[in-house]
Design a binder for this molecule. Structure first.
Ligand SMILES: Nc1ncnc2c1ncn2[C@@H]1O[C@H](COP(=O)(O)OP(=O)(O)O)[C@@H](O)[C@H]1O
Ligand SMILES: [Mg+2]
Length: 222
């Protein structure tokens, strides 16, 4: 029931930009759709997000970090995502389980099998129907985010995970490549250096074949 779409990619790859664009298009076309982001998307999840991303929390243990992400995810899945999918709606999620594997697994060296077990518990084995990967090198993505010399544009944040060293972000990017290679059918890889509008067209095209099973709430333009 419903359609579960996730967006993944390095920092600065354009996930926030593209998830919003897709949400707006689907909404304008009359589809029942919600947009959520990880970590967060619920009242409790947003509180966990503040703890995880706080630049001052330099002492956070990787195990703590993994559990906090999973706790926020469990709340989001059970409070928001599953109920909306059960109604036949479309859920767009800005980051999901693959971020845990890429960041805590490949980035921080946590055991992938353990992370998968933790994620299965947190999500009740809820997997995305389609995952869009916005591909950009770690260096270029970080550069995009920092371009404004510390003064980030509205809606763009610089957090504890962004602040980790470039080598870490490179491991994350390589991790995504490995994740994609191991589960190709679910992934749609897009070149994140294309223009914002071109990418919005491409991602919409990727989603289009899945829309046949979604009942619109109203006629567009009505
Ligand atoms: N296709 C694009 N080309 C150039 N700049 C982009 C593109 N998409 C997003 N940006 C810019 O890059 C920065 C990071 O984008 P954002 O959507 O916040 O990425 P993410 O959510 O993946 O970290 C923002 O300043 C945004 O305006
Ligand atoms: Mg973002």
């Amino acid at each position: 029931m419903g359609l579960f779409i996730t967006f993944e990619g390095s920092e600065g790859s354009g996930k926030s930009t593209q998830t919003r664009a897709l949400y707006e298009r689907l909404n304008a076309a009359g589809y029942p759709v919600i947009l959520v982001r990880e970590p967060g998307g619920t009242r409790i999840g947003d509180m966990i997000r503040a703890i995880v991303l706080d630049l001052q929390h330099t002492e956070m243990d990787p195990t703590t970090e993994s559990f906090l992400f999973s706790a926020a995810r469990a709340q989001l899945v059970n409070e928001v995502i599953k109920p909306y999918l059960a109604l036949g709606g479309i859920v767009i999620c800005d980051r999901y389980a693959d971020s845990t594997y890429a960041y805590q697994g490949y980035g921080l060296g946590r055991n992938l099998d353990e992370l998968k077990t933790l994620t299965a518990i947190a999500t009740g084995d809820l997997h995305p129907d389609i995952s869009i990967y916005l591909h950009i090198s770690a260096d270029e993505g970080l550069e995009r985010k920092q371009r404004h010399n510390g003064e980030l544009p509205k809606g763009v944040e610089w957090n504890r995970l962004d602040a980790r060293e470039v080598a870490y972000h490179r491991r994350v990017a390589e991790g995504y490549q490995a994740l994609i290679a191991s589960d190709m059918p679910r992934w749609r890889v897009c070149d994140a250096r294309l223009s914002i509008d071109a990418l919005a067209d491409i991602t919409y095209d990727h989603v289009l074949p899945y829309l046949a099973k979604i009942t619109r709430i109203d006629t567009p333009g009505k």
